[in-house]
Design a protein around this ligand. Structure first.
Ligand SMILES: [Zn+2]
Length: 389
């Protein structure tokens, strides 16, 4: 094959001087040509091997028996380009179906994409729209996978991953168990196509346009940067997310789907085995309810970004929306929060809350803030408040 590649280069280069060369055109043509050669080589090698005909019959999915019924050809897409593969076909007379055992061995069962191309397709499908994914695969990898195929492949992979996630929650011993483990929980609305939104009750009038995706993440932060600020340990973070509900009817004794997800993820990460555990959230009651239910004793931290937002809201509730006093009060509280003066912060809040006539408003907000006092038990070096959560 090496000599064929050399021949290809020679044919493309011809007698042209290097100074005349269109290098981009050359590298693209060469990649295409080399991949085509490799595709032919692998095709010949696989098609020459008929060892998948050894068995006269193999068991069928339906429980029946299948019989060898010749070799069948199918076209597959691979990172080397199109492949035409011939495989032994076994037919089942009970159900009328059939199978090619080799497809299973090669990992191309029920698909027309090769394993490496399936991986590439999954990567683009997770990062951009299916149409953009199809375009990127063409542009970067030089392979044709149409928009529908990108969508089907990404969704099938997603289902496989989700299935795997539900069935495996064994502790991951490869990651060390640090002194403190952090659990972050958040939820956000994502826009969806109309057909994905049927049966979703809307909070407002009319049909819902979004659904809530919920995320839980576990990490450690034992390391420090050069300034002595705690930073997240590299490689320590894992994520698990889904469009799932965190609420269950009061009469139900079981956990919500999302609570089950959080439980599986924390079991994999040995969260409950850590000497100290902390949960970060934006202060939403559903997050604290879930943390209290699953991990009593875990330190609850409102992330600094949201803590400040809550303090600003509180200042407006206390002094009125447009009052300059509101802005000043919030600024002072933000400073106290930044410098770790939690006692002063809480005292100022309580003072104003007692004075305020709008206690109902204040209480729901200050409840979120109050959990902030839990971080008093941390030395400044020990906690990391992350804006991104
Ligand atoms: Zn069958």
């Amino acid at each position: 094959m090496e000599s064929e590649v050399v021949q290809e280069v020679e044919a493309l280069l011809g007698r042209e001087a290097v100074a005349e060369l269109d290098f981009e055109a050359l590298e693209m043509a060469l990649r295409h040509g080399t991949l085509r050669l490799a595709a032919r080589a692998i095709e010949q090698r696989l098609n020459a091997d008929t060892s998948d005909e050894v068995a006269s019959h193999v068991p069928c999915r339906c429980g029946g028996k299948t019989h060898f019924a010749g070799r069948r050809t199918k076209h597959f897409q691979s990172v080397l380009g199109p492949l035409r593969l011939e495989r032994a076909y076994y037919h089942c007379s009970s159900c009328g179906g059939g199978c090619c055992p080799r497809d299973k061995h090669l990992g191309i069962e029920n698909t027309s994409l090769s394993p490496a191309l399936t991986r590439m397709t999954g990567t683009v499908g997770a990062m951009v729209s299916f149409q953009e994914g199809s375009e990127l695969l063409q542009e970067l990898a030089g392979v044709d996978v149409d928009t529908k195929q990108v969508g089907r492949t990404a969704e099938a992979l997603g289902q496989e991953i989700a299935e795997d996630e539900r069935h495996h929650s064994e502790p991951l011993d490869a990651l060390p168990l640090p002194k403190t483990l952090y659990l972050g929980i958040d939820g956000t609305g994502i826009p969806l196509r109309a057909e994905e939104l049927t049966d979703v009750p809307s909070k407002r009038e009319g049909a819902a346009k979004t659904r809530e995706v919920k995320l839980c993440t576990v990490w450690s932060a034992e390391s420090f940067d050069s300034d002595g600020t705690p930073i997240r340990d590299e490689g320590s973070i894992t994520y698990s997310a889904a469009i799932e509900s965190a609420s269950i009817p009061d009469i139900a004794k079981k956990r919500s789907a999302f609570a089950e997800r959080v439980w599986r993820e924390t079991q994999r990460r040995r969260f409950t085995q850590a000497a100290r555990t902390a949960a970060l959230g934006d202060g939403a009651p559903w997050i604290w309810n879930l943390v209290a239910e699953l991990f009593p004793g875990t330190i609850e931290i409102v992330d600094r970004f949201h803590a400040k937002q809550h303090l600003s809201e509180l200042s407006k509730a206390l002094y009125g929306l447009a009052s300059p006093r509101a802005a000043l009060w919030a600024k002072r509280r933000h400073e106290e929060l930044d410098s770790g003066q939690f006692r002063a912060l809480l005292a100022a809040m309580r003072r104003q809350v007692v004075r305020s006539e709008r206690r109902a408003v204040v209480c729901t907000i200050s409840r979120a803030i109050a959990s902030e006092c839990a971080i008093r038990s941390f030395t400044p070096r020990d906690y990391v408040l992350r804006r991104e959560l």
